[in-house]
Ligand binder design. Structure first.
Ligand code: F3S
Length: 394
């Protein structure tokens, strides 16, 4: 790889131990993927924040870097394994909490913003079209590439952090025009009536295209909430990092004619919805995977107004969205119902399975996928149905 003088200096350790380690990671990655040079990044989103995923080895690695490392670009964090200020109400034990707080402290010393959300684009980390970024949260990677038109590969925790400490990432993959072309065309031949229909479609297409770049044709309307759920689902059943959609993706050109066609009809929609649902009586309900937008919180406030929650109900959103919801009274309405805000965390990265729950209802295909991997049963429902489930008579 061709390195600039400054990058050579980082690699030689002239800017400290952490920067050296970070540059070593990036050079190794660049060599694996055939990158010829580095490219400056304007922002970083670090995944690998929950102590549940990091463990003691991860905590030790971060603490070592924090001795002399410092973020060079805007760096935000993915959700942690608990609400950072009110973990006791979530049933988290003190030992887990102590380790989680040490992880956060290490990131804070490294200069990361303790945003703890998987929707950084709704909480102040807002790249623009064409910018090179290094994001680790897979759902946000898909959203950034496909909806915003920024450029990022699916970074792992260490490579995103390395990009933060050096301000660079190897120039390969989705940073290059030639790798951002669609690889299959998905013909959407059924109306998508709810955001959850987009989630189911994403789950089906992710499985079908694996790490390809699907081009969606025939989608009549897609807003932020639909695209957020679609992005998350594509990245969980498959390794998708980008899609094209007519009228949504800035780079989407005319419909490619010579690519493999994948039909998505009412049959695939119904079958996927059924596959995502294990049946059973939920003892835990959670929405907000990816973290909720302000509009979704507003809808929840309307649905929960005057009702009482009878099943544990977590509402996952960023601190920023919660702060706005506090200002207009939505938070109060929601909390008076007995539902709990899960800011800084979510139903997947918190140790929900260790809290004794068995069947989780959610409106996220991504959450269904990962909760199943943790040994839980899942129910796939719409946002409105989740509220009905959480407030039904015992
Ligand atoms: Fe976000 Fe947790 Fe889902 S990090 S995308 S809410 S698994």
């Amino acid at each position: 790889m061709r390195l600039s003088q400054e990058e050579e200096g980082m690699l030689a350790g002239r800017e400290g131990h952490a920067t050296r380690k970070a540059m070593q990671i990036l050079v190794a990655l660049g060599k694996i993927y055939g990158a010829e040079q580095m490219v400056p990044v304007s922002s970083v989103q670090v995944s690998g924040v929950s102590y549940k995923n990091l463990g003691d080895a991860g905590l030790e690695f971060l603490s070592g870097l924090a001795e002399d490392g410092r973020a060079r670009v805007k760096t935000t964090l993915n959700p942690a394994g608990m609400n950072l200020t009110d973990w006791r109400s979530q049933g988290i034990d003190d030992e887990f909490a102590e380790k989680q707080l040490r992880v956060i402290e290490a990131y804070r010393r490294l200069g990361a913003e303790v945003s703890c959300t998987c929707t950084p684009y709704l909480a102040g980390n807002e790249p623009t079209f064409g910018q090179h970024i290094a994001w680790g949260e897979s759902s946000a990677v898909v959203y950034a590439n496909s909806v915003i038109g920024a450029r990022t590969n699916r970074e792992g925790g260490p490579s995103a952090l390395a990009a933060s400490l050096t301000g660079r990432t190897p120039l390969y993959g989705l940073h290059l025009d030639e790798n951002r072309e669609p690889t299959q065309v998905v013909g959407v031949e059924t109306p998508l009536r709810t955001p959850e229909d987009f989630a189911a479609m994403g789950y089906f297409v992710g499985k079908a295209v694996k790490d390809g770049i699907p081009y969606f044709r025939g989608v009549k309307r897609a807003g932020l909430e639909e695209l957020k759920l679609l992005s998350a689902a594509l990245a969980s059943s498959g390794g998708v990092a980008m899609f094209h959609m007519e009228g949504v993706t800035p780079e989407a050109g005319s419909i490619p004619t010579r690519l493999e066609k994948i039909p998505f009809t009412s049959k695939e929609l119904e079958e996927t919805r059924a596959q995502l649902d294990d049946g059973g009586n939920p003892d835990f309900v959670s929405v907000g995977c990816p973290h909720l937008s302000f509009t979704e919180v507003a809808r929840l406030a309307r649905l929960l107004d005057g009702r009482k929650v009878t099943t544990e109900f977590w509402i996952c959103c960023s601190r920023e969205v919660k702060r706005k919801s506090d200002l207009v009274g939505y938070s109060r309405t929601i909390q008076e119902s007995g539902a709990k805000f899960a800011t800084d965390t979510c139903m997947v990265v918190a140790p929900v399975e260790e809290l004794g729950y068995k069947v989780v209802a959610t409106n996220s295909a991504k959450a269904c996928h990962y909760l199943r991997n943790s040994g839980l049963r899942v129910r796939f429902m719409s946002l409105d149905e989740c509220v009905m489930e959480a407030t039904k008579a015992p």
